[in-house]
Design a binder for this molecule. Structure first.
Ligand code: ATP
Ligand code: MG
Length: 763
């Protein structure tokens, strides 16, 4: 292929990158370290194929791991070659699998409209199954069942029965079978099922597989090191006789082993496809020398790796800053102050990211940000759509779209309370189980046969009328109007009447936010059903004669019609992770777990909670393999930073409801000292004898005062509730972040956070 093109001249690519972008190899693998331009190569390769090789944008299938990365990739390809964004096959594995299922639902054995079920619904259903099958938690918990089922699906397996299984496995398989039956009955598809089912779709329908193998001339996959068994099989199903596959990845960034990712997929790729051409990239274009030095130092402690040298021609930059916080509150306040500092230096909030190992760390951070009125946005984690009131509202919307959705039915049948107690709900459940029908249908039959108490009967009738009424209303109005109507008719807000004013207000605001989310969805999305097809497919579909093009309006099983917008909105909410929480472009600090930060980059990065037991996580600490995976995660975190990286840890942390003394993470110690600088706050440590001298000169009769007004001074005699009396030896920092060292008569010397310690200054 030519390298003289104007497209390539305009693109900044080094020779190795260019050779990958223009490679004519059918199987191409780019194996390279963080920030070396792998994603850039992938995007440019797509654009090169479109602009220079006459490939249509619809003949490219590009896959990555997060919605955010997929959006970025789609926009970058579109920008580079003025291609239409709409209809392009760029997405996550789940998103793309979902698209296939929406187009071929019949061939995939699904009813329309099927609905996507999240982990919460999954767990709820499994709890119910455990109860029904009388499985004790001592045997295994619903959560364990969920893990088992998801793992089986990730390995591409449906429930199995058979000999040779131990009792527990057999029982788990039975749970899996029951679960699968219930899902099928309610037309529910969980996340793992999206992939498994679309794989089965291709396996069972060779004509469909063949169609896509011909359609997609090029398959491009980013972050390939984290593909699991089913994802790789899924890609292979789309690989025909002559379409090409490009994969890019970094073995040092494989961080999903715990979820079944198989690093061999990338390492052994060339054994599977001997014609593979491999390109290696070593120059990092993202980070300063200090950051690369820190990252290299950490990752070199892993034994099991290919070993790549990563270098940068960039500037040295500031050393990585390390802050030892007194506790997690101090840590978050410190981070917020640093953010303000960078902002004052001209770095907007959206270019600053706080990364953490565990979602549980985000709450304290959020509080500090809220307090300081710094806007922020959380990706993943406790998403907007995961909040209780939003989930209930969504359950109503799901019922409007599909009354057979048992998970949604269970969630709101008696919420807000309408006098349908556990007994009545159990009666409905039993009837549904006995007749193998949905709870909605069972409820209708119970009403018909007047099988419930008068009170329950009336409540149930009202509930069913409520949903049916909303279905009818929903036909003539916009999505946001439907959401408003649902909120007012269900009186969802009233369900929280007993909560504190503050909580109620927060919930109310969130529900209002849902209305605006729906209205912005209204305006950004054109939800014609054919959108699942791209324009090129209409002709191909007609030629092939088997692609069902969906009708414009979805026909649910009852006689009410549901606007397509609602179905599209529900899908969107299930598949996107928090993307609608705040406007995409608003200037907000970016918060996410390190796992979710994969592939992204930010000028300023904070890595919080570098403590043994948190990062590396407690569970990983006894296994070499898992420690290495944690270390790769640390490498991912460090290499997200372009210019400034700040690492922090707390000497004491309250997490999962328990206060713990902590030790600094081994990963911090693995950073070569030349790239690391510890920062301490304005320290005013004074020698002890000096304090003693001051003690005698304290004015007598001075009233006891709260310490957080800054009135604790070296030499003060103080009283602490637990430790008793002591003398202040040193103070550090100021105001709310002031730390004091106190020598307690009984308990010895301790550092305390002045405003939390509630020290009383004695006269
Ligand atoms: P990760 O492993 O973290 O996913 P990556 O290998 O995918 O990283 P990219 O995100 O593609 O790396 O690139 C890192 C940064 O370097 C991007 O900002 C990219 O635009 C820039 N970059 C890559 N190659 C070049 C180049 N040849 N000239 C200038 N900038 C480049
Ligand atoms: Mg990348």
């Amino acid at each position: 292929m030519t390298s003289e093109s104007s497209f390539l001249q305009g693109a900044r690519l080094n020779p190795e990158q260019e050779s990958a972008v223009t490679s004519g190899a059918r199987f191409l693998r780019v194996l390279a370290g963080a920030g070396s331009g792998k994603t850039r190569v992938l995007v440019h390769r797509a654009a090169f194929l479109i602009k220079e090789c006459g490939i249509s944008p619809y003949e490219i299938l590009a896959v990555t791991f997060t919605n955010k990365a997929a959006n970025e990739m789609r926009n970058r390809i579109a920008d580079l070659c003025d291609a239409p964004v709409k209809g392009m096959w760029v997405g996550t594995f789940h998103g793309l699998a979902h698209r296939f299922l929406r187009i071929h639902f019949r061939d995939a054995g699904l009813d329309e409209p099927f609905q996507i079920m999240d982990t919460d619904d999954q767990l709820r259903m499994l709890k119910r199954i455990h109860k029904e099958m009388q499985i004790q938690d001592a045997d295994f918990t619903p959560k364990q069942s969920m893990g088992f089922i998801n793992r089986e699906k990730d390995e591409g397996r449906y429930p199995a029965s058979g000999t040779g299984m131990d009792r527990q496995t057999r029982l788990m398989q039975e749970v899996y079978q029951r679960y699968q039956d219930l899902c099928d009955q309610s037309s529910l598809v969980d996340f793992a099922e999206l992939l498994l089912r679309s794989l089965k779709l291709f396996e069972n329908n060779p004509a469909i597989a063949d169609f896509y193998q011909r359609k997609f001339a090029h398959i491009l996959v980013d972050e390939f090191q984290d593909t699991n068994a089913i994802q790789f099989k899924w890609l292979q199903a789309l690989l025909g006789h002559d379409n090409a596959l490009t994969i890019v990845g970094d073995d040092d960034q494989s961080i999903y082993g715990w979820r079944g990712a198989q690093i061999e997929n990338i390492l052994r790729f060339s054994e599977k496809y001997p014609e593979t051409e491999t390109v290696r990239l070593e120059q990092n274009y993202r980070s300063t020398k200090s950051i690369i030095g820190a990252a290299n130092g950490v990752i070199s402690c892993n034994i099991d790796r290919l070993g790549k040298a990563l270098w940068t021609a960039g500037e040295q930059g500031e050393p990585v800053q390390l802050y030892a916080a007194y506790n997690e509150i101090d840590e978050s306040k410190f981070i917020v102050e640093r953010i303000a500092h960078f902002k004052s230096k001209g770095i907007p909030y959206r270019k600053q990211a706080i990364l953490y190992r565990s979602n549980a760390q985000s709450r304290v951070m959020e509080e500090a940000l809220l307090h300081a009125r710094v806007p922020y946005r959380i990706y993943g984690g406790q998403r907007f759509f995961d909040r209780a009131e939003i989930k209930s509202a969504m359950a109503y919307l799901r019922l409007i779209a599909l009354p057979e959705d048992d998970a949604a039915f269970e969630r709101v049948i008696n919420f807000p309370a309408r006098g349908l107690g556990d007994r009545s709900v159990q009666t409905i459940r039993d009837a549904a189980n006995a007749q193998q029908i949905s709870m909605w249908q069972a409820a209708s039959r119970l009403i018909e046969h007047k099988a419930l108490s008068a009170r329950a009967h009336n409540s149930l009738v009202q509930f069913i009328e409520l949903i049916k009424g909303l279905q009818t209303t929903g036909q003539g109005i916009t999505l946001s109007e439907l959401v408003s109507a649902m909120l007012s008719r269900t009186q969802l807000v009233q369900a929280y009447a007993k909560e504190s004013q503050e909580q109620r207000q927060a919930r109310e605001e969130n529900l209002k936010e849902l209305v605006s989310a729906a209205s912005s969805f209204n305006s950004i999305t054109d939800f014609e059903q054919e959108d699942f097809l791209d324009p090129s497919m209409r002709d191909m579909a007609e030629d092939d004669g088997f692609l069902p093009i969906r009708p414009k309006v979805v026909e649910p099983s009852n006689d009410a019609k549901v606007p397509a917008a609602l179905a599209a909105f529900l899908d969107h909410v299930s598949l996107e992770s928090g993307e609608m929480q705040a406007s995409q472009d608003s200037d907000a600090v970016q918060m996410m777990t390190i796992h979710a930060s994969k592939g992204l980059e930010f000028p300023v990065v904070f890595l919080a909670g570098l403590e043994e037991g948190l990062f590396p996580s407690q569970m990983s600490m006894n296994e070499t393999g898992r420690i290495e995976e944690e270390r790769r995660l640390c490498y991912v975190g460090i290499t997200r930073a372009e210019q400034y990286l700040t690492i922090s840890y707390a000497e004491s942390r309250r997490i999962y409801g328990e206060e713990r003394r902590t030790r600094i993470s081994r990963f911090v110690r693995e950073i070569p000292s030349e790239f690391l600088k510890e920062i301490r706050l304005g320290s005013v440590v004074k020698p002890v004898y000096h304090a003693r001298q001051q003690e005698s000169s304290l004015p007598s009769g001075q009233p006891a005062s709260a310490p957080n007004d800054g009135s604790v001074k070296v030499g003060d005699r103080v009283m602490h509730r637990a430790f008793g009396e002591g003398i202040v030896l040193a103070t550090e920092g100021r105001d709310a972040r002031m730390r004091v060292q106190v020598n307690f008569t009984r308990a010895g010397s301790k550092w305390l956070m002045a405003n939390v310690a509630k020290l009383e200054v004695l006269s």
